[in-house]
Write a protein that binds this ligand. Structure first.
Ligand code: ATP
Length: 331
């Protein structure tokens, strides 16, 4: 068995009477892109700060590469952090910003500048080394912060919503670049976001947080297609949750049954699994989300707009899905 890059062992963090982290255990594998995903206030940032050494736990242990790091200060850990606001030094040029960690360690100027320039190349920023951070765009600053955090070749890189300040297009571009960079360098990335799309598209594995606890750890496919709890089903993607009597009809013994909107198709009356009236239609370009009132449940249906004529509110529709589209969530 390989040693985990980071282990959290039964961590509790209390701020006065607030329990920010409530018994979290987690193993992050070497070289993996691991995302802490959850709503605001669920404890993700506190967990990241624990790994970085900016926060000590009330209870529990933090291991980095198998070594107990629970009470080690940040500089004594083989870990670096990219903060959301980038925290670049405004009075230093880009090259010196990137080389800062090497300067602190006493690496001579020539060597540290050469290394900084190599890093700037890695993040596709060659040629801006002499500029000040204020002369860069948001996306470029983000890359400088990344290069600066990587310059010491940490075993683990912590990223706290690093793309949060970027507009959607740039954000999507940076998601792909960040992921590619991580693959190329083979460094363990621990990434915090509340954005489910970001988490699904970038991660090897995701830990889903709710109220200071981890609800599930799994691959993007696992958490999306086989959520362990009701919370995960609803937080990661759109969900029809069918409860009680109806759920038992669809899935034996389940407390609740999940049926994703894109797994339902509008079709003929024959062999339909449900029939109802269209309550609303929202157009999203590639598909329309249709709410269908089926009596004992309202089902949301994502219907590809290329598939056929638009449905109208009030219209009766027949719904179809494959048996394996139903995922039973245990009580
Ligand atoms: P966000 O996405 O908004 O950053 P989060 O999931 O990262 O949220 P945390 O920042 O870890 O959540 O906060 C978890 C809980 O701990 C929240 O209730 C927060 O208010 C509380 N908390 C965090 N830091 C402190 C602190 N220094 N003092 C008091 N309470 C804190």
């Amino acid at each position: 068995m390989t040693t985990a890059a980071v282990s959290l062992e039964d961590i509790v963090v209390e701020f006065g009477t607030v329990r920010a982290v409530d018994g979290v255990s987690l193993e992050i594998r070497p070289g993996e892109f691991f995302t802490l995903l959850g709503p605001s206030g669920s404890g993700k940032t506190t967990c990241l700060r624990l790994i970085g050494g900016f926060q000590y736990p009330t209870r529990g242990r933090v291991l980095i590469d198998g070594q107990d790091a629970t009470r080690l200060p940040p500089y004594a850990r083989d870990v670096n952090t990219v903060f959301q606001d980038y925290a670049l030094f405004p009075h230093m040029n880009v090259r010196d910003n990137v080389a800062y960690g090497l300067m602190v360690r006493g690496i001579p100027k020539g060597a540290r500048h050469a290394r900084a320039d190599r890093l700037l190349e890695q993040v596709r920023l060659s040629g801006v080394g002499d500029r000040r951070p204020s002369q860069l765009s948001g996306g470029q600053r983000q890359r400088v912060a990344l290069a600066r955090a990587l310059v010491n070749e940490p075993k683990v890189l912590l990223l706290d919503e690093p793309l949060g300040a970027l507009d959607l297009k740039l954000r999507e571009q940076m998601q792909a670049e960040l992921k590619a960079l991580q693959r190329r360098l083979g460094i363990t990335f621990v990434f915090v976001t509340h954005d489910q799309h970001e988490a699904l598209s970038m991660s090897d594995r995701i830990g889903v947080f709710s109220q200071g606890r981890i609800e599930q750890v799994g691959s993007p496919r696992e958490v999306y297609e086989r959520p362990a709890t009701r919370f995960v089903a609803e937080f990661v993607g759109a969900a029809n949750l069918i409860e009680g009597e109806a759920a038992r009809r669809y899935a034996d013994g389940a407390a609740c049954a999940l049926l994703r909107p894109e797994r339902i198709r509008v079709g003929a009356a024959q062999d339909a699994r449900a029939t109802g009236r269209v309550a609303s239609v929202h157009y999203y370009g590639a598909f329309s989300r249709i709410a269908v009132d089926c009596g004992d449940a309202t089902l949301e249906v994502d219907s590809p707009n290329a598939a056929g004529p638009a449905v109208e509110p009030g219209q009766q529709v027949h719904l179809h899905w494959q048996p394996d589209a139903i995922h039973a969530i245990p009580a």
